[in-house]
Design a protein around this ligand. Structure first.
Ligand code: F6R
Length: 269
C-alpha cells in the first residue's frame, strides 16, 4: 500500500518528500521505478534504469521483486546500468556489486542477462578508461537513462564520485572512470569487507555528467547518519566537495525521498 509523504519541501529547486519511515520511503522509490518502466515502455517499447547498491536500496529491490512475483511488473523490456563496482574484484566475490545485484534483483526477475550491465571489476587497469568510455556508449546507444536511483554517502558522494577540489562546472562534466575511494567511504565499507585493511581502495564509477543526464533522478536517503550530508546538499551551495549538492544542476529532474531521521537537518527549512 502506498503511504503518502508526511512532508513535502522544495529546496534548491528540487522536490523533497519526507515519508513517515524508511520503509515507506523505499516503497515510494520502488513505485517511481515501476512508473518509469511502464511510462518508458509505453513510449519507446523499453526502459533504461540506472541502479545503485548499498544498504539503502535493498528494500527498493525487495518491493520490485514482490511486484514481479505478483505478476504486476516485468523486466522483459528493461535494460539496467549500475552506478559502480570495486576494482579489481571478481563478480562472484560477495562484496562485489555484481554479486549484490544478482542476489537482490537480477536472479529474481525476468531481466535478460545481456541487458543487466555492471561495470567490470576484472578489466585490467590499463583498459579501465576504455571500458568506462564503452559503458557510456552503451547507455547512449540505449537512448539514455529513464531513471537513475541514487544513495548518498556520509561524505556526500553519489556513485563513487567522491568530494574533490574541482569547480562545480568541472565536476558536473565528470565522465565514467576509475577513482580512488575517500577515507569515509572506505570506513563505511569495512564491515562489508570484514575489516578496513581489506577494503578495495579503487572503484569504477559512473560520472556525475552521466548521472545528471538521466531523465529522472531518484535520491533515496534514510537514517540519521545521512542527515548532515542531506541538509548540506539540499541547502547548497553547489560544490564538488559535496557531490550530491551538484544534483541541483539538474534540479527539475531530481526527487529526494527521505525518512524523518535523514531529514532531521532540514528542520526549519
Ligand atoms: C552504491 C553507491 C553509493 C551508495 C552510498 C550510500 O552503488 O553508488 O554512492 O549509494 O554510499 O550507501 P548506503 O546505502 O550503503 O548507505
Amino acid at each position: 500500500m502506498k503511504t503518502p509523504p508526511s512532508r513535502t519541501l522544495f529546496l534548491s529547486g528540487m522536490d523533497v518528500k519526507v515519508y513517515p519511515d524508511s520503509e515507506s520511503a523505499a516503497a515510494a522509490a520502488a513505485l517511481l521505478i515501476e512508473q518509469a518502466i511502464v511510462d518508458a515502455g509505453g513510449k519507446r517499447g523499453k526502459a533504461v534504469l540506472g541502479l545503485a547498491t548499498g544498504t539503502t536500496p535493498k528494500r527498493v529491490y525487495a518491493h520490485l521483486v514482490d511486484r514481479h512475483r505478483a505478476g504486476a511488473l516485468s523486466f522483459r523490456d528493461v535494460s539496467t546500468y549500475n552506478l559502480d563496482e570495486y576494482h579489481p574484484i571478481a563478480p562472484n566475490d560477495p562484496p562485489s556489486y555484481h554479486y549484490y545485484m544478482h542476489e537482490h534483483l537480477f536472479k529474481h526477475v525476468d531481466l535478460a542477462p545481456d541487458r543487466a550491465h555492471v561495470l567490470d571489476g576484472t578489466i585490467p587497469e590499463a583498459f579501465a578508461a576504455d571500458h568506462a568510455a564503452l559503458f557510456e556508449r552503451f547507455i547512449e546507444a540505449d537512448s539514455g537513462l529513464d531513471a537513475q536511483l541514487l544513495g548518498i554517502g556520509r561524505n556526500g558522494h553519489i556513485g563513487f564520485n567522491e568530494p574533490c577540489d574541482l569547480s562545480p562546472r568541472e565536476a558536473v562534466a565528470l565522465k565514467t572512470r576509475l577513482v580512488e575511494l575517500h577515507p569515509t567511504t572506505k570506513a563505511d565499507a569495512a564491515a562489508e569487507f570484514g575489516s578496513l585493511d581489506r577494503v578495495i581502495p579503487k572503484a569504477l564509477t559512473l560520472g556525475i555528467a552521466t548521472i545528471l543526464s538521466a531523465r529522472l533522478i531518484i535520491m533515496l536517503a534514510t537514517g540519521g547518519h545521512k542527515a548532515e550530508a542531506v541538509a548540506a546538499a539540499l541547502r547548497g551551495p553547489m560544490t564538488a566537495q559535496l557531490p550530491a549538492s551538484l544534483l541541483a544542476h539538474a534540479a527539475a529532474r531530481v526527487i529526494w525521498l527521505l525518512d524523518p531521521a535523514a531529514a532531521r537537518g532540514l528542520d526549519g527549512a
